[in-house]
Design a protein around this ligand. Structure first.
Ligand code: KG4
Ligand code: ZN
Length: 352
């Protein structure tokens, strides 16, 4: 079945078509993302009302463009999937309204997808020529701008929360730390790029060492908000040169990455499992990917990531997650309904 996926939970409009008759990445017939970064940059963060209005402007043209790239017309669609939460309520309603209307007009089923389930399942779309896509049970690390969670995935749709952040999400910590050092919004990728500069002379990658929060006690929860205060103090007391800025960025990135890796390994031990799946915007971080890869190799296990473009928000993951549920016969009734706060553990299992 050919499923249209629509993502409008925050500041990216994402549209894709996934065809379940093909395997893995081959099923992704087309996908396009329109980022609102430039719109929100002057405010230093996402302005919800502007986000909703821009989704209204961009969604229909993006659907036309994506269908065109897939060589399809609307009549070829067998189902529609849209992000129903968590996210900004106005932004979600734009996607849900369009998805519902389209499904009604075409008389095809539609389903509201949990945004984090979309992230979590994205690595299953990727081909691994030797081992194939990961299959449950596995442990998932979800690291985005709004969430930092370790989840035991017992089956598709059966999720058990092992640990989560008590304050800032990992991506939020990247963004806030970048902002306090004067980097433009959204700071995460900029801070990561700056941290890479620390390797070049006269940079000193080990010059700043910040704490690895909550790794000195048992448990799988995270806390990242104290790190930005440590960075703020180091930044204020420094010469604020470009080299120092890169070294501080590196110190911060190392602290976040080490903390995530330590907790991932603990979670694998707790779940008696050796397969780790990583998803969400921070999963695009090159040094996090390398660190988790090393950890997995050392354990004789495996770590799976989506390609970087499918780590950050996109319609492909929504089309894919929705297609799995639609294929299993699940769909929602014809009301335009969104769930801005939504616990992933409350989702029904997917029995194909
Ligand atoms: O999953 P996502 O696109 O949106 C949410 O659902 O939140 O994640 C966005 C987050 C932002 O906080 C962004 O700064 C962070 O992911 N991010 C990164 C990198 N690329 C995106 N953080 C660190 N390194 C990166 N390369
Ligand atoms: Zn996301």
């Amino acid at each position: 079945m050919k499923v249209l996926g629509i993502e409008t939970s925050c500041d990216e409009t994402g549209v894709a078509v996934y065809d379940t008759s093909r395997k893995g990445a081959d099923g992704l017939l087309a996908h396009a993302v329109y980022s609102q970064i430039a719109l929100h940059a002057e405010y230093g963060g996402v302005v919800p009302e502007l986000a909703s209005r821009d989704h209204v402007r961009k969604l229909l043209p993006l659907i036309r463009q994506t269908l065109g790239e897939a060589g399809l017309g609307v009549a070829d669609l067998d189902g529609v999937a849209y992000t129903a939460g968590p996210g900004l309520v106005g932004a979600l309603l734009v996607g849900a309204g369009v998805a519902r209307s389209l499904a009604w007009a075409l008389d095809v089923p539609a389903i509201g997808v949990h945004h984090m389930e979309g992230h979590l399942l994205a690595p299953l779309m990727e081909d691994d020529p030797l081992r194939g896509p990961p299959e449950p049970p596995f442990v998932a690390l979800l690291v985005s701008g709004g969430h930092t969670q370790l989840v035991a995935v017992e089956a598709i749709g059966r999720y058990r929360l092992l640990g989560e952040t008590l304050d800032d999400a990992a991506g939020e910590a990247f963004d806030k730390t970048a902002k306090l050092m004067g980097l433009p919004y959204p700071g995460g990728p900029q801070l990561a790029a700056l941290a890479e500069q620390s390797d070049k002379a006269p940079g000193q990658p080990g010059a700043f060492r910040f704490s690895r929060p909550m790794t000195d006690r048992p448990g799988l929860d995270f806390s990242f908000s104290g790190l930005k205060t440590q960075v703020l103090l180091a930044w204020r007391d420094s010469d604020q040169s470009e080299t120092t800025k890169a070294d501080i960025a590196r110190g911060f990135e190392d602290a976040v990455i080490d903390t995530l890796a330590i907790k991932c390994e603990r979670a694998l031990d707790a779940a008696a499992c050796d397969v780790l799946v990583v998803a969400g915007g921070v999963g695009a971080n090159r040094r996090l990917r390398a660190k988790l890869q090393l950890m997995a190799e050392r354990r004789g296990g495996r770590v799976c990531f989506p390609r970087p473009a499918l780590c950050t928000d996109n319609g492909a993951m929504i089309a894919f997650a929705g297609a799995l549920r639609l294929q299993a016969g699940q769909h929602d009734d014809a009301a335009v309904h969104v769930t801005p706060r939504w616990d992933m553990a409350s989702l029904p299992a997917v029995a194909a």
